[in-house]
Write a protein that binds this ligand. Structure first.
Ligand code: AMP
Ligand code: MN
Ligand code: MN
Ligand code: MN
Length: 280
């Protein structure tokens, strides 16, 4: 049987993507996507526009969000929520709290960048922001590229914005318990985003996945724009071991800025249960 072309992880201008929600949906349809979730960072304000456009174009669409979570010793992990009720008050209020720290964090990032000769970065990053509450490192990255310090956004993080680099500022995001609780309480499914991106030892990864499962998490991204073939094998293995549903998401942010285009990932390994078997 031909696999469904599902893409359950992408961003719009409501967070750090380059396309407006409706444009993103049109791009998905153009690329042959058959099931789409928009998963903006800590924000669900783009879902209505995307759902409306998807309905008009006959594309199956589910609500999504990517929640920033602090885990362990200043680690950040991302939890994707899928198929939830966007009106659920604890989710709406919880996300507002997660977003509320971003502006002061951005000012601290700018102060750190100033010390290494990148001046005016707060104002510079703001030029790229669609939603001021969602100012993120991606927006700083675009400004640093504009200044000519790097050719493309992907190269900026390794020099300036990743953990351990001059413009990195630690931040308390949501707890794993809260993020999973908000998603589950709203009737959605919680999925670990791009596990291959975390700098966790195997023991730390096992501890994180064990806690995630105990708290009600049900899925893991096996296919992600940031996974290579080895990651796919590793996370397929962990999906089997933990009994997780498997997800597939490009993490598309915009043309020219992403590892892989919308809907252009390979198929999931056939023995895994796709997360969309449990989605509306
Ligand atoms: P923030 O939520 O402000 O910490 O920003 C995180 C965002 O920065 C991620 O969602 C990605 O869009 C982007 N990002 C983080 N690390 C990298 C990287 N190494 N290369 C490209 N983009 C990255
Ligand atoms: Mn992002
Ligand atoms: Mn992420
Ligand atoms: Mn993402």
């Amino acid at each position: 049987m031909r696999a469904l072309n599902a893409d359950l992880h992408c961003h719009s201008t409501v967070s750090d993507g380059l396309l407006a929600p409706a444009e993103l949906v049109r791009h998905a349809v153009g690329n042959g996507v058959e099931l789409l979730a928009l998963t903006d960072h800590d924000e669900i304000g783009g879902l209505d526009e995307a759902a409306k456009e998807a309905k008009q174009l006959g594309l199956r669409f589910v609500n999504g969000v990517e929640i920033s979570v602090s885990w362990g010793d200043d680690q950040t992990v991302h939890i994707v929520g899928l198929g939830f009720d966007g009106g659920h008050a604890p989710l709406v209020e919880g996300l507002a709290r997660v977003r509320s720290g971003r502006d002061s964090r951005a000012q601290r990032i700018a102060a750190e960048l100033d010390k290494v000769g990148i001046h005016g970065a707060y104002e510079g990053a703001l030029k790229y922001v669609g939603n001021p509450a969602l100012i993120s490192r991606s927006h700083f990255a675009r400004y640093i590229v504009e200044l000519g310090h790097a050719k493309e956004v992907k190269g900026v993080f390794d020099w300036w914005l990743a953990k351990g680099k001059p413009g990195y500022v630690g931040h308390p995001w949501a707890s794993l318990e809260d993020a999973i609780g908000w998603i589950g309480g709203a009737g959605g499914l919680a999925v670990v985003a791009h596990p291959g991106r975390y700098r966790l030892s195997s023991a730390e990864m096992a501890a994180m996945l064990g806690a995630f499962k105990d708290l009600g998490g049900v899925g893991i991204e096996v296919l992600s724009g940031s996974h290579n073939e080895e990651h796919v094998r590793e996370y397929a293995h962990l999906a089997r071991r933990y009994g997780f549903l498997a997800s597939r998401g490009s993490d598309f942010h915009g043309p020219g800025e992403s590892w892989i285009d919308l809907g252009r990932l390979p198929d999931l390994p056939e023995d895994l249960t796709p997360v969309w078997t449990r989605l509306p």
